[in-house]
Design a binder for this molecule. Structure first.
Ligand code: HT7
Ligand code: ZN
Length: 852
């Protein structure tokens, strides 16, 4: 399993200008004839190397004559005696045996493709690297009854009937694209059809293709698509470029969705929704993913990546774009809080563990292991920081320059930063370290008021931790949005953007004539960990008064951690009164909207508490968190009952209605912790009257942690009602895997044998196993059986789908952070996986790095 290095990048020896594909589609055996118009790149006599993965050439021809060729491993080498030629190959592939879901595969009666990053080589021989851009023409033939709809990238140019009940369609994509953006779908699908008029007045046909029965559940996705198209025009000046935009939903999919040119393919969980079956979070996620894939049409497709080390060029930028879109469509502050929560819960642990890597990695064994929170979410934070440094107008000028200069090219992160520098008129030399240095910077912040001089001095110190293969790092540029508030009134005295770029610095605020409180890293302007010495009183004032809603949430989290961290370390626990009072104030604050209230009263998760500890004892962390929840619940019964009782219509997806349901979830959760019987009664009543999935899921989540007869009744009722709906059944598995109860491990061990559980469907596998591995208390059971179960699932899943299996390894990789008995058991589980025979390179890379 040899690594590939960024430093080894070389331009391709041969360009492929055009690809002509001719495919006889059949689930058992599909015949693929590919004709590549190739051109020598520069002066050399190297052969044409075409990547393959499990392919055997039936024929290889140059300009219609048999070619001299041979295999080297999986690759086909073709001897070339001319500078330009038509090279044709023929292979046979077997979609119904493709359990990896890469290349051409069968899912629920459909045939569909997934080519990013290196799946095209499972369909035909091809250089299959993102810097080789070609136009494509695809002719498909298939059984007309089983596969009445035949789709590919671009425009449909011809279709018709054939003999033997077969038919054909020919598609042409005029935009040169890398092979990872190739797609086709064949199946019995129906479309939700709509139209969009672009800013220059062009009409675009929009189709969302699903099974006929699912059509009513596509409305939200269609609205999100039209909103995204409009937003990209208004905010980035980007117009859609084809006359047709197709989306297809499939049930078996390794990721969320794929941005293939003109033919996005989606995991059905990011398309299908109605109030009866989808939660508010599902609706929001659908809008976010639809927007993300649509935005890729410019940030990814029109301007693509030179090589896979540049993945964040398209992914970080596109995540930033989808986050801003969702902020604009919902609540700016709440969406920012959610995004930061995800960053802290997933990316921060990744950045401090054995799989830490820079946003632009230096090497990989298997590139799919680098579709990570670091490349995506930290990558988005880098773009956000540049946006903050440049300001919105210059940032827009810089993206205009980027899209214009690199349209139709395969670009690099460096190209992007250079456009930011040129159009923004800034020097980003030191900022570039964000792309190359892994690890989350830590900032110590101390505010000292000098009463005599009427100034406040902010002393800052930064350190960037060592990560695998990287030590002794240089200070980074940290844009810290900082304000001083009057300690008495909470009034904002001054806000500044500090560009902190040294190991140590002192920032002076003049004209400070009264005691002040520090509000730092507002809106999470830099993705760093802030350590400040602010007191409970100061945090409580910020939580109640800070004009920046994100900073209010942040102060509340810190206040809670002041109480949780000593308890989680087994130290003496300070009284919970400051937290209880702050929660009471928040609940009684009529100026705060409900969604923000819900965020503010939410306790940090066990994973987040663990992140702040030097050594994690999962039982102690659990006890610390549940004790604080109990105390709040017992003290604030009246306020919590009131907060959870506010009603909203189930099909109302307004920010206000979603906030009401979010507040109900948090309030009922705290209440159930303090008063379990009352909590069980209210949760069961909620389950019985709920007219939407959000409330139903809240009720089940609360019941799942209680010892009450209502629990089983509700879970059984839910199963009976939704057993035919696989996306909802995923929730049934997920809720049980996430249950905060002592017997969750045993229940999950049994659920693995449930007839509805399968390793073949990634959604189902993740719903049970990944949710279980994220359940800190249950997964880290002192017996080590949780680790053993995960190891067993990884080994079994690896034989079916290595990509999905490899993504389940990271929870075990955290072993060094845990108390010795857990660390030993986690390491043993990793060793069990490592010693299993025939491990894929995907899992091998994750496990060997985790142990190393
Ligand atoms: N660009 C897409 C990545 C993706 C993917 C990668 C590896 C294996 C399967 C995959 N399916 C989709 C998704 C995105 O970021 O938009
Ligand atoms: Zn993406």
């Amino acid at each position: 399993h040899a690594p590939t290095f960024r430093k080894d990048y070389r331009e391709p020896d041969w360009w492929v200008r055009h690809v002509e594909l001719d495919m006889d589609l059949d689930p058992a055996t599909t015949r693929v004839r590919a004709t590549l118009r190739v051109e020598r790149n520069g002066e050399h006599d190297r052969p044409l190397r075409l990547a393959g993965d499990g392919l055997k050439p039936v024929t290889v021809e140059i300009d219609g004559e048999k070619a001299r060729s041979g295999m080297e491993g999986d690759d086909l080498l073709v001897e070339m005696d001319r500078d330009a030629a038509q090279v044709a190959t023929e292979v046979e592939i077997h979609p119904d045996r493709n359990s990896q879901l890469m290349g051409l595969y069968a899912s629920g009666g459909l045939l569909c493709t997934q080519c990013e990053s290196e799946g095209f080589r499972r369909i035909t021989f091809h250089p299959d690297r993102p810097d080789v851009l070609s136009t494509y023409a695809v002719t498909m033939r298939a059984d007309a009854e089983k596969f009445p709809i035949l789709l590919a990238n671009g425009n449909l140019v011809e279709q018709g009937k054939l003999d033997d009940g077969r038919h054909f369609a020919r598609w042409e994509d005029p935009f040169p694209k890398p092979s990872y953006l190739f797609a086709l779908v064949a199946g019995d699908l129906k479309a939700n059809r709509d139209r969009f008029t672009t800013m220059s007045g062009r009409e675009v046909e929009l189709n969302i293709w699903v099974r006929e029965a699912d059509l009513p559940r596509t409305r939200h996705a269609m609205q999100a698509l039209k909103d995204s198209m409009k937003w990209d025009e208004e905010v980035y000046g980007r117009e859609y470029d084809l006359d047709l935009f197709n989306i297809v939903a499939v049930d078996d999919f390794n990721f969320g969705a794929m941005e293939n040119k003109g033919l996005n393919i989606f995991n059905s969980r990011y398309i299908l929704a109605d109030a009866d079956s989808a939660t508010d979070a599902d609706f929001d996620a659908i809008a976010g993913v639809v927007a993300h894939e649509y935005f890729h049409n410019w940030s990814g497709n029109r301007v693509t990546c030179r090589d896979w080390f540049q993945l964040s060029l398209k992914e970080g930028f596109t995540v930033f774009r989808d986050q801003c879109f969702s902020q604009a469509m919902t609540s700016e502050a709440v969406k920012r809080i959610e995004d930061v929560r995800v960053l802290r819960a997933i990316q921060f642990p990744e950045d401090s563990g054995p799989l830490a890597h820079p946003v632009r990695p230096e090497s990989y064994i298997e590139i799919t292991n680098f579709y990570t929170a670091t490349v995506y979410n930290k990558g988005a934070e880098l773009i956000r920081m540049m946006h903050t440094i440049l300001g919105p107008e210059k940032f827009r000028a810089a993206t205009d320059l980027y899209f214009e200069r690199h349209d139709g090219e395969a670009a690099t992160c460096e190209d992007f930063v250079r456009c930011m520098e040129e159009a923004g008129g800034v020097d980003l030399e030191q900022f570039r370290l964000w792309y190359s240095q892994a690890g989350t910077p830590r900032v110590k912040a101390r505010l000292i008021r000098d009463e005599k001089a009427n100034v406040a001095r902010l002393q800052l110190e930064q350190t960037v931790p060592d990560t695998p293969g990287q030590t002794g790092k240089a200070p980074m540029v940290l844009p810290l949005k900082t304000a001083l508030l009057s300690a008495q009134s909470g009034r904002e005295i001054e806000e500044r953007l500090i560009l902190f770029d040294k190991a140590e610095d002192e920032i002076v605020f003049d004209n400070v004539t009264e005691p002040v409180i520090l509000s730092i890293n507002r809106d999470f302007s830099a993705p760093v960990i802030i350590e400040s010495d602010r007191s409970d009183d100061e945090l409580a004032t910020l939580a109640a008064m800070d004009a920046n809603p994100f900073a209010r949430y942040e102060a509340m989290q810190e206040l809670m951690l002041h109480s949780l961290l000593p308890a989680a370390r087994g130290e003496e626990v300070p009284p919970a009164d400051p937290v209880i009072e702050a929660v009471r104030r928040t609940l009684n604050d009529d100026t705060l909207d409900k969604a923000l209230k819900a965020e503010a009263i939410r306790l940090p998760s066990e994973a987040m508490i663990g992140e702040r500890l030097e050594e994690i004892d999962p039982d102690q962390v659990h006890r610390a968190r549940s004790t604080l929840a109990e105390e709040i619940g017992a003290a604030l019964g009246t306020e919590l009952v009131e907060a959870q009782a506010i009603e909203a219509a189930g099909d109302d997806l307004s920010v206000e209605a979603k906030g009401i349901r979010a507040l109900r979830r948090e309030a009922l959760g705290l209440l159930a912790a303090g008063e379990p019987e009352e909590g069980a009664r209210l949760a069961k009543a909620l389950y019985d009257r709920a007219d939407n999935m959000t409330d139903r899921q809240t009720a089940l989540m609360i019941l799942s942690g209680l010892e009450a007869e209502e629990r089983q009744l509700a879970f059984d009722a839910f199963y009976e009602r939704y057993k035919g709906n696989s996306l909802v059944l995923d929730k049934w598995f997920a809720l049980q895997a996430a249950a905060q109860r002592p017997d969750t491990l045993e229940r999950v061990e049994k659920l693995v044998d449930h007839p509805d559980f399968t390793l073949k469907n990634p959604n189902r596998l993740r719903s049970l196993i990944s949710n279980f591995a994220a359940n800190q208390w249950a997964f880290h059971h002192s017996s080590g059986r949780g680790y053993a179960l995960l190891a067993k699932m990884v080994i079994e899943a690896d034989r079916i789908n290595p990509q999905v299996a490899a993504r389940m390894v990271p929870p075990l990789g955290r072993w060094r952070r845990y108390v010795p008995d857990r660390a030993r058991l986690m390491k043993e589980a990793l060793e069990t996986i490592a010693s299993s025979e025939g491990l894929s390179k995907d899992v091998y890379e994750q496990v060997s790095k985790s142990l190393g």
